[in-house]
Design a protein around this ligand. Structure first.
Ligand SMILES: *[C@@H]1O[C@H](CO)[C@@H](O)[C@H](O)[C@H]1NC(C)=O
Ligand SMILES: *[C@@H]1O[C@H](CO)[C@@H](O)[C@H](O)[C@H]1NC(C)=O
Length: 318
């Protein structure tokens, strides 16, 4: 069984979301991802286009909530997905979630329009509280999948997923399945709520970092360290999924362990970011929450910078 788990972890097309806030020296990381060990990011970063499929057109994002999420927590996720491809607000001085997502349209193929699909609740945790990556795949498959859709498996704070807390905040991958239209490869991702597990890695800058300068944590824009942290992971994984869905699209480094659209810019949220400092951000005058993008209904988010293929730089909105 150990061998199977290892194999799953080493599967070439799985893309781990490793939050590289500063220097990644997490022990779990070294074993799988030597490329993450550099102290200073090479500049400029160039994600090579390996020519494989990228996701374009209308892409449905189905969400499986595994474990307990309050309606307010689910709304944070649902509003984020809905906002990604919403019409841009007339006031362009306000950075929008749609403007953030539009960077993905600069990649080959012109990008994907995200649409929120099914939201499935598995509050009773059908596969238990401890999951392997194989179990995540099984959950994604059971939640329904079809070509061109992305299934996001989101786990509650008390759910243990094998690689969580090994410097990983989530993964995206693809798997084969037989659907209504015959065999198809479909994409899925997993992101965990980091409120209890690895908040220093997966909820920074809303939590003190594990390594590096101990700057005070920022106030999360939705008042929920776990959900606002999870949205950062979800945003990064969605950007990675559409630009490198099957492991042969845009990435730098080793297949499956390389840097992708958002991970190439890990730790960068606003202009002037440097290791330990997320960059210039906006601040909500009422809640004190830090954000860099506004979605539908005025909901605020902090979203990771995305690599811009036209400039080879990490694009920030503020
Ligand atoms: C994508 O969705 C939009 C809005 O629902 C629709 O107008 C358009 O025809 C769709 N495009 C494709 C290729 O299905
Ligand atoms: C969950 O994962 C474990 C380890 O990979 C495996 O033994 C078990 O069969 C899986 N359960 C389901 C329902 O897929």
């Amino acid at each position: 069984m150990e061998e199977r788990v290892m194999k799953a972890l080493m599967r070439p097309s799985v893309c781990y979301l490793v939050v590289v806030v500063f220097v990644v020296v997490a022990p779990g990381c070294a074993a799988f991802n030597p490329r993450m060990l550099f102290l200073v990011k090479p500049d400029p970063i160039v994600l090579k286009d390996h020519g494989g499929l990228v996701l374009t057109g209308n892409v449905t994002v189905n969400v499986l909530y595994y474990g307990r999420f309050t309606p307010a927590q689910r709304a944070v996720v649902a509003d984020f997905v809905r906002s990604a491809s919403a019409p841009r607000p007339p006031n362009r001085r306000v950075p929008s979630v749609a403007a953030w997502w539009s960077t993905t349209a600069l990649y080959r193929g012109g990008g994907a329009r995200l649409r929120l699909g099914m939201q499935v609740l598995d509050e009773r945790m059908s596969l238990g509280r401890s999951l392997s990556l194989d179990n995540v795949t099984a959950l994604a498959r059971a939640a329904g999948h079809h070509r061109g859709a992305i299934t996001a498996v989101l786990t509650a704070p008390d759910v243990l997923v094998a690689p969580f807390c090994m410097s990983r905040c989530g993964i995206h991958d693809d798997a084969g399945g037989v659907g209504a239209h015959g065999k198809a490869r479909y994409t899925y991702l997993w992101a965990g709520n980091p409120a209890q597990q690895c908040p220093g890695q997966c909820a920074w800058p809303f939590h003190r970092p594990v390594y590096g300068p101990q700057t005070p944590p920022l106030v999360p824009p939705n008042g929920d360290v776990g959900m606002d942290g999870m949205v950062i992971s979800l945003a990064a994984l969605l950007a990675g999924t559409v630009t490198n869905p099957y492991g042969d699209g845009y990435y730098q480094g080793d297949a499956g362990a390389g840097l992708e659209a958002a991970t190439a810019c890990a730790g960068v949220f606003g202009s002037g970011a440097f290791p330990g400092y997320p960059g210039k951000l906006l601040k909500d005058s009422v809640t004190g929450g830090s954000y860099n993008a506004v979605g539908l209904g005025g909901r605020k988010y902090l979203l990771p910078a995305l690599w811009d293929p036209t400039t080879s730089r990490c694009k920030t909105l503020v």
